[in-house]
Write a protein that binds this ligand. Structure first.
Ligand code: G1P
Length: 296
């Protein structure tokens, strides 16, 4: 079994072009689109912080500078809020600010795929296990966050941990899919994995939902990883190589996951998170039912 070091750092690949969300993403990175009143990236950073992450590593790209600005102070705005005694708003801004020195930004200069984006973080992560959170995927509905549950499982299993969920068989070709082995704690050992299997060839319906705990040896494998599905350097392909040397455990996540990079997932995330809010639910529940009734 691989030594269990604390998971201190998380990598957020935020270089994606967001073509599914044009024209909005022409000027606004998809990670900055809002779900209710927070940008998507804030949900994922909050999830990481809840799981004990101490250092946040963003792999950005051209046109993503606004993400870096978002995690900085906005002096004029804060000054203005202070002068107007808008204390609640000031506290809100202070609470989302990472502690000085705990956020790092590096650029993926060419969009060569998720595996390449993660590899771009190698020097900042260094020689320790780390988490990867895909910001498109935001979650709700379990009593603890997905990454927190994974860290708890990692504390028992060590090695590498991937969060999985079950999908309809006809959707398996969209994802990374794992094949299950024996049960471990509240998860199971992974014995095989494949990125975007051809329709009908998937070894199971357990898809990788965008949360990973990985050992640093993945970086050496990513360095020489040849292109795979979609002609991109795929993280799953290097994980499959690492599976020959180290354990991979699956954490079956039991909440709801929304793919905010797709229009339907984004709208559903807004509805689900709004309906969970005591200040908003009473304002929208009735009108929402009316809209559906009127539209037939
Ligand atoms: C990526 C991963 C895939 C995973 C998916 C989750 O794919 O490569 O293994 O299942 O995220 O959203 P992408 O959505 O970038 O095609």
């Amino acid at each position: 079994m691989v030594e269990k070091k604390k998971i201190r750092k998380a990598v957020f690949p935020v270089a994606g072009l967001g073509t599914r969300f044009l024209p909005a993403t022409k000027a606004v990175p998809k990670e900055m689109l809002t779900v209710v009143d927070k940008p998507v990236i804030q949900y994922v950073v909050d999830e990481a912080a809840e799981a004990g992450i101490e250092h946040f590593v963003f792999v950005t790209g051209r046109g993503k500078g606004v993400i870096e600005d978002y995690f900085d102070i906005q002096f004029e705005l804060e000054q203005m809020l202070r002068e107007r005694n808008k204390n609640a708003e000031l506290t809100l801004l202070t609470n989302i600010l990472p502690k000085a020195g705990t956020a790092s930004f590096t650029r993926q200069q060419v969009p060569l795929g998720l595996g390449h984006a993660v590899w771009c973080a190698r020097d900042i992560v260094g020689d320790e296990p780390f988490a990867v959170l895909l910001p498109d995927m935001i979650m709700t509905g379990d009593n603890k966050s997905c990454l927190k549950g994974m860290v708890e499982l990692y504390d028992q299993s060590g090695g590498n941990v991937l969060a999985v969920e079950e999908c309809a068989p006809e959707l398996a070709h969209r994802y990374g899919i794992v094949a299950p082995g024996e049960e471990i704690g509240n998860g199971f050992r992974i014995i095989d994995m494949v990125e975007k299997p051809a329709k009908g060839t998937q070894p199971s319906n357990y898809f990788i939902n965008g949360r990973y705990i990985l050992q640093p040896e993945i970086f050496t494998l990513l360095e020489t990883q040849e292109r795979g599905a979609g002609n991109e350097i795929q993280l799953t392909d290097s994980m499959l190589k690492l599976l020959k040397q180290q354990d991979f455990t699956a954490y079956p996540f039991r909440g709801e996951t929304y793919d905010t990079g797709a229009k339907d997932g984004f709208i559903l995330a807004n509805l689900a998170f709004a309906l969970q809010r005591e200040d908003i639910r009473p304002l929208i529940e009735g009108p929402l039912k009316d809209i559906i009734a009127k539209m037939g």
